[in-house]
Design a protein around this ligand. Structure first.
Ligand SMILES: [Zn+2]
Length: 151
């Protein structure tokens, strides 16, 4: 069971056993995406009220509640309903991924290069460890080396 958000639909993700909620469908306005939806096998289901409550509580506890819309919460709740059936929630939204992980729901991201893999290279001094420009540190005169910095 793949529980998908609107982004997964915009990216034309196809899985066997796709599920989403009516609120996600409401976000799909363009004709091409609607055509795509009509061609794939996707179930539209409401989440259980108990699950919505449980997700909301988990989001309040983790602090993600401010980053989640009602639609996001209901989508996670739908995945929670189906957790025992091996539901996987498909999204690139970090707050959704975080709550899903906290609730033991499997997550799949849409793009291959997720945010956690984004980095850039910086030069760091071997002596004073400061990030600097150039091959020699202008502060202490030591050599510098390249290091990955997550952004
Ligand atoms: Zn230095």
């Amino acid at each position: 069971m793949y529980v998908v958000d609107s982004c997964a639909i915009f990216m034309r993700k196809k899985y066997r056993n796709m599920v989403t909620i009516p609120e996600v469908l409401d976000e799909i306005k363009d004709e091409e995406s609607k055509l795509f939806l009509s061609l794939i096998d996707i179930k539209i289901e409401e989440p259980d009220d108990e699950s919505v409550k449980a997700v909301r509580e988990a989001a309040i506890k983790s602090g993600d509640i401010y980053k989640l819309s009602d639609t996001d919460i209901r989508l996670i709740a739908k995945a929670l309903d189906l957790r025992e059936k091996g539901a996987i929630i498909v999204t690139d939204d970090y707050a959704i991924q975080n709550i899903a992980a906290l609730m033991g729901i499997e997550v799949d991201s849409i793009m291959q290069t997720g945010i956690s893999r984004t980095y850039r290279w910086i030069r760091v001094c071997k002596g004073c460890k400061r990030p600097v420009e150039g091959e020699t540190c202008p502060i202490c005169g030591s050599e510098t080396y390249l290091r990955k910095k997550k952004i």
